[in-house]
Design a protein. Structure first.
Lengths: 406, 175, 200
């Protein structure tokens, strides 16, 4: 299949004269993964850009219809792979809403800590790689240094450093241990220093500031109409954060601020991400110091939740319970209804629209990916910028191809 | 559909009153599940309804998707089209649904109402074959343009029909 | 006479074959081309970053231009729309070249046994080293590069004759599961048949 030249709808033939077309991607270092842009250039000025996506469309939603609610968590992991556990939390948040399960306080707190660690994870990579694309490799190394600590925290809790598959319907795979708590505390203690180093390298770097300020401006109206959420919307002055506006998990218990900016340019988006990291640290600190004791699985829900692993191995009731919850004809039964539930993932509003059909699988597991909506705004942001600004704008909206294409 | 957990708050009553005013003669079926308000509207009045929803304060289209109800228990229609709407100021959500049947799978495009509908509609077409009339750049979004099927329909096998392996093989001697 | 030469030259002379010398050079200066499509790409970054530091093993010069590279690391799943791009990039790389298939998805399709995902890139391009894992840890990727270096050192020839010899992929022919679906469909099989469960 040859790569066909895409016809841009906004330009008629007379305006097209003298323009040249540049194919950007799908294999390009700044696309991080796989996306393609067809740029219309007037010299070095970008007149129009048409994104072409689908280079990583892997049929996630079709898989969601054949795997059960617990199995599908291994697939959603691979959606936004720079913050895997944020997807798990969002998926099971939606499933629990469909099934009507109320989590235990300990489970809520652990999930909140992980959700915020994932926010750090995501923002560090987003900033680090964007600076790499803009020509500075040092900040990338600093960012990955911190990410390795977060990988270790994930590994200690779940056994896997990357795709953790840690959440379960109504609970978690394992309870966390005391040394995990110590690990998180140690990370929180050392993170502010690393943050200051990183901030000095990036946000106060004159080259970086000049390449991102007033580039890729998105107005507030465009952001709302185009469906932008998360840091992209907040950088354009839409002060909306699901953690505050539709509190889920344990966010109601914590004191934190919503970071927003009026700028709407790339620099504002990075600034929002940087500020959010500090807020995340604040949340983790409050959560880890007040981590409640108790069970991690919601009780009294019958077959919806799998039993604690220790029960499975040590008692016959637990074993039977576990068997029943994985046998196809005895599993939980989802109501014949649908639900939309969203969480504030690092990238924006990550929602799931789940239709239950009375079985243990989702009849339809629709993902509402933030990247898709953000990338559809890309051509609006880039018009009138220079060719070299393309990588800055791409980096600032943090497109993750697997989440974009699913 | 069950009517439990209705969040019949003042905001919803206000929206209902506004819609009754602008959409006289259109039957809207309201329901709620897990504190989520939903409204079913007829597909014949789609664009009029969407404009009315926007006028009632829902200024963001959070999500647009479809469900193939082919194997859904006791379903009478083939496709369900779901618009997840949001009022950015108040944070109120509304799920608006309509139902479509073959062979008439053509509905007007919502791009004139919310510009964010652009790619979402192309994705729905890509996966289900529902055509949105009046869309400025209507073609497949995710799959190759020459792809023939609509993979998220329930009668399409998960492993495909061999499309994934329809490519030439490059051996060591050729490369 | 011999001792005289020995005394003058010391350890500065050794005998080897041209093949071995060329392979030694190639093995220790691999320039990888990261064909990073998905999750494995992030672990690839992690391998190159500060903690794991791939440059200790002489293959950190990542180049995104295929013309400059001799090692392609396919990191992540490859789907229908991407495969022609992969093949084109592979053909653009100059000989001699090698390919590492990193992660379960690139090797076999992994968990994504769906309509869009190619079930292993080795069906369409030659692969030298397979790295299991979803995604493989950075240590595993480093190991695979060491293994590839060993392979190049052992079997390499100065004019890359070894590639001419190996035309067909090694190992037994695999059974194509898609063929089964096609046979069933040809025989008038209906998918809503309750006996047929495409997953289990």
């Amino acid at each position: 299949m040859p790569l066909e030249l895409l016809e841009s709808s906004d330009l008629d033939a007379s305006k097209r004269e003298g323009l040249w077309t540049l194919n950007f991607g799908p294999q390009h270092p700044a696309t991080h993964t796989t996306l393609r842009l067809v740029l219309q250039l007037d010299g070095e000025m970008v007149i129009d850009a048409e994104p072409d996506i689908g280079f990583l469309h892997s049929g996630f939603e079709k898989l969601g219809e054949v795997l059960d609610f617990n199995q599908y968590v291994t697939i959603v992991d691979r959606m936004n792979y720079i913050s895997p556990m944020a997807n798990e939390i969002a998926w099971h948040h939606a499933v629990e809403k469909l099934l009507g399960i109320e989590l235990t306080p300990r489970c809520k707190y652990i999930r909140t800590i992980f959700a915020e660690l994932m926010r750090l994870h995501d923002h560090l990579l987003c900033l680090g790689t964007c600076v790499l694309d803009l020509g500075g490799a040092t900040a990338f190394m600093y960012a990955f240094n911190e990410r390795e600590y977060i990988y270790e925290i994930c590994e200690r809790a779940s056994g896997q450093r990357f795709h953790t598959s840690y959440t379960r319907v109504g609970g978690l795979l394992y309870d966390v241990t005391d040394d995990w708590v110590e690990m998180v505390r140690a990370f929180i203690r050392k993170f502010p220093k690393a943050y200051r180093d990183f901030e000095g390298l990036v946000m106060k770097n004159r080259i970086f500031v000049e390449r991102t300020r007033d580039v890729g401006v998105l107005s507030r109206e465009e952001a709302i109409a185009g469906g932008a959420t998360g840091p992209v919307a907040r950088a354009s002055g839409v002060a909306r954060d699901l953690r505050r506006d539709e509190p889920y998990l344990a966010y109601e218990d914590f004191d934190f601020d919503i970071c927003a900016s009026q700028g709407g340019d790339c620099y504002a988006r990075f600034q929002v991400r940087m500020m959010e990291m500090l807020e995340s640290v604040k949340i983790i600190q409050q959560a880890i110091e007040n981590l409640p004791a108790g069970p991690i699985f919601a009780s009294g829900t019958g077959k919806e939740t799998i039993p604690d692993k220790r029960e499975v191995y040590r008692s016959i009731e637990g074993l039977i319970h576990h068997f029943e919850s994985v046998m196809p004809n005895r599993q939980m039964q989802a109501p014949l209804d649908s639900v939309y539930a969203a969480t504030e993932s690092p990238n924006g509003e990550l929602g799931y629209y789940i239709v239950g059909d009375g079985s243990f699988r989702a009849y339809r597991a629709r993902t509402r990916p933030p990247s898709l909506l953000h990338f559809s705004l890309f051509s609006k942001m880039i018009r009138g910028c220079m060719l070299s600004d393309v990588v800055a704008v791409l980096g600032s909206i943090n497109i993750i191809a697997a989440e974009l294409d699913r | 559909m069950s009517n439990e957990n209705s969040s019949s708050s003042g905001a919803l009553a206000e929206v209902k009153a506004k819609l009754a005013e602008t959409l006289g003669g259109v039957t809207l079926a309201w329901s709620a599940f897990r504190e989520q308000d939903r409204v079913d509207f007829p597909a014949s009045e789609l664009l009029r309804c969407l404009n009315a929803f926007k006028a009632a304060g829902f200024d963001q289209l959070t999500d647009l998707t479809a469900v193939d109800l082919l194997e859904f228990p006791k379903a009478t229609d083939r496709f369900e089209l779901v618009y997840v709407l949001l009022n950015v100021e108040s944070g109120q959500r509304l799920i608006a649904r309509t139902y479509l049947n073959e062979p008439d799978l053509t509905v007007p495009s919502a791009t004139s109402v919310w510009s964010g509908a652009d790619w979402l509609e192309r994705e729905v077409y890509d996966m289900y074959g529902i055509v949105f009339e009046g869309h400025p750049n209507f073609k497949r979004l995710l799959l190759p343009q020459e792809f023939q099927s609509f993979p998220l329909r329930k009668d399409y096998p998960i492993k495909g029909r061999g499309e994934r392996h329809n490519f030439p093989v490059i051996t060591r001697a050729e490369s | 006479m011999a001792t005289q030469i020995n005394k003058q030259l010391g350890d500065n002379v050794f005998l080897t074959t041209l093949d071995a010398a060329a392979s030694w050079g190639r093995a220790n200066s691999l320039w990888p081309m990261p064909f990073a499509t998905a999750c494995c790409g992030i672990e690839l970054m992690s391998t190159a970053a500060s903690k794991h530091d791939l440059s200790r093993f002489g293959s950190e010069v990542m180049r995104f231009s295929p013309r400059q590279c001799d090692l392609m690391i396919v990191a992540g799943r490859v789907v229908m729309k991407m495969l022609p791009v992969l093949q084109r990039i592979w053909l653009q790389m100059p000989e001699p070249k090698w390919c590492i298939s990193m992660g379960a998805c690139a090797c076999t399709g992994g968990v994504f046994d769906t309509y869009a995902v190619v079930q292993g890139v080795d069906r369409f391009i030659p692969v030298d080293v397979y790295v299991p894992g979803c995604p493989p840890r950075p240590e595993q990727l480093i190991r695979s590069i060491l293994d590839l270096q060993e392979k190049i050192q052992k079997g390499g020839t100065v004019n890359a004759r070894e590639f001419k010899l190996r035309i067909l992929p090694e190992g037994p022919n695999r059974f194509d599961e898609d063929e089964l679906i096609r046979i069933r469909e040809r025989n008038g099989f209906k998918l809503d048949d309750p006996k047929y469960d495409p997953v289990h």
